[in-house]
Design a protein around this ligand. Structure first.
Ligand code: FE
Ligand code: CA
Length: 522
């Protein structure tokens, strides 16, 4: 199927899903909606095995999520029918004061997922929610709205995380994150890993390398059954974006990492991956995928304190230059036509930044922006999968932040299973220039297994990259406290993930003063 045909599917499929008409004729769907079960349906097994979640909050609403899956690792376990699910949203956790309720269909076409877009709520307020299906009741989730557009809140507490390979470690970090009680969680990608199950690991993926829609659904289900992850989703709204492993390692646009995979087959697999992603995440309707396309980049405002742009650096990028891997900045890495965001997203981003009235302007994205030289000595090599492989696009973005005087740009990054604090420069060969933005890179929740404070070559890495202020290779997440005066990032780590119970250690803390880019140790 060529890309024009894909685009036709895109429109038909989105309209079909939105209007609830029969989806049977659409070839993208593995399952067809046949009928709607009654309210009185009795589930033999608990259909709420995957818990609840909320996400993409605005000042007057939020998305409430659940998915019915009485047999979560085997396609969910429900017949290809639609099931009505009642939802309730209250001002208290005992549901004495219910402010809104309604019914939403869990459709077979969308893996019996439920996405309720609640509107008309009070700004800056906490709410509790739950679902009913047949005689079953979900656990209770807590969520919140964002402050009003013109409000200047005193404080935002957000945590960000990425990379949670299920097999290589436990999600202990989420237990500590939950205890911090954040307003918002940003997940910057690698929520699942696509690999087949391997023995002799901390725990094992169920099934083969995931390629079909059912594979992807089962994999999300396995991750969502993790009690620590599930609890964190039930505590506050999340803003999620994918990286590569939600689909396929180091994917770029429509090009597979593996040679010999045709672009059509690869896009079919991408359609499966994206559909399962939508089904399993608390996302709004514009994110409903259309075949292999899904709109994931978007803006969230926390009053006038922070504007957060969630970016998609995978779907629209050109192929990694110079054959990927660590390479010098030569040839294709300097090609001005290569793109990380795609033309449309880049234009959108500059528009959103230029019209922002916020004190802090935050990019939630996937791959490292700092130009880190990864080899010792005079030889210089950079990761072609990161922004360094797209050097002209990086410089264009950083220069635009400076030229347009965007207030207090902060870049939040995931992907590389290690912690970094980087001052971002328009010219990394002039390390004494003032920084134009500050980058905080979070390590993995579990990917890579037990970490170390300093990996081999740490001292050399620091001396060759003077804009890197901090680097660490333990597991954990980053906890941020944002006020009108200061951005504070705490690097929260756990010393092991191969067994439960690791205590939380704040390894380092870094502050950015409003009005002056660049991190200082706090
Ligand atoms: Fe990862
Ligand atoms: Ca070097």
């Amino acid at each position: 199927m060529n890309s024009r045909q894909f685009q036709q599917h895109q429109r038909t499929r989105r309209q079909a899903i939105l209007s609830g008409i029969s989806l049977a004729a659409l070839p993208w769907l593995g399952q067809q909606s046949k009928a709607t079960a009654g309210f009185s349906h009795r589930f033999a097994d608990n259909p709420f095995t995957l818990g609840v979640a909320s996400g993409d909050p605005s000042s007057d609403g939020v998305v409430l999520w659940t998915r019915l899956a009485p047999d979560p690792l085997n396609g969910g376990g429900l017949p290809p029918e639609n099931f009505p699910v009642r939802w309730e949203l209250a001002e208290d956790d005992a549901f004495r004061s219910i402010v809104q309720s309604g019914t939403e269909l869990a459709t077979a076409a969308l893996g019996h997922s439920v996405h309720v877009e609640v509107r008309g709520l009070q700004p800056d307020s906490w709410y509790w929610f739950r679902f009913h299906a047949g005689d079953a009741v979900s656990r209770t989730g807590r969520t919140r709205t964002m402050p009003a557009a013109d409000a200047l809140p005193e404080r935002l507490k957000l945590c960000f995380a990425s990379c949670q390979h299920y097999e290589t470690g436990l999600f202990t970090a989420y237990e500590h994150m939950a205890a911090e009680n954040p307003d918002l969680v940003l997940h910057l990608g690698d929520y699942i890993y696509e690999y087949e199950g391997k023995d002799n690991r901390v725990r094992k993926h169920s099934g083969p390398e995931i390629t079909t829609l059912e594979h992807y659904r089962n994999r999300y289900a396995q991750y969502r059954m993790d009690p620590q992850l599930q609890t964190m989703h039930a505590l506050c709204p999340w803003l999620v974006v994918w990286d590569d492993h939600e689909f396929d390692n180091n994917c770029a646009g429509a090009i597979s990492e593996e040679k010999g995979v045709s672009s059509a087959d690869f896009l079919l697999r991408r359609a499966n991956a994206y559909q399962a992603y939508y089904e399993n995440m608390p996302l709004r309707k514009p994110a409903i995928p259309a075949g292999p396309d899904m709109l994931l980049y978007r803006t969230l405002d926390y009053g006038r304190l922070a504007r957060i742009e969630m970016l998609d650096t995978r779907q629209y990028r050109s192929d990694q230059p110079n054959g990927d891997g660590l390479k010098p900045l030569t040839g294709a890495a300097l090609d001005p036509t290569t793109t990380m965001l795609g033309e449309q997203q880049e234009r959108w981003l500059l528009q959103e930044l230029s019209t922002s009235k916020s004190l802090w302007n935050v990019l939630g994205q996937q791959v490292m922006m700092g130009r880190v030289d990864r080899v010792p000595g005079a030889d210089r090599k950079f990761s072609m999968d990161q922004w360094s492989g797209y050097d002209v696009a990086r410089t264009r973005l950083l220069a635009a932040l400076a030229e347009r005087k965007i207030a207090n740009p902060i870049v939040l990054t995931g992907d590389i299973h290690s912690n970094w604090v980087n001052d971002l420069l328009t010219d990394f060969d002039r390390p004494n220039d003032p920084a134009v933005a500050t980058e905080f890179v979070c390590t993995s929740i579990s990917s890579g297994g037990n970490g170390v404070q300093r990996a081999a070559g740490h001292a050399l890495l620091m001396s060759e990259n003077p804009f890197v202020k901090f680097q660490n290779s333990e597991r954990g997440y980053v906890s941020c406290e944002v006020t009108p005066k200061e951005w504070l990032s705490r690097y929260q780590v756990v010393e092991y993930v191969d067994r439960p119970g690791a205590p939380l250690v704040t390894r380092s803390a870094w502050a950015v003063e409003a009005g002056r880019a660049g991190a200082k140790q706090a």
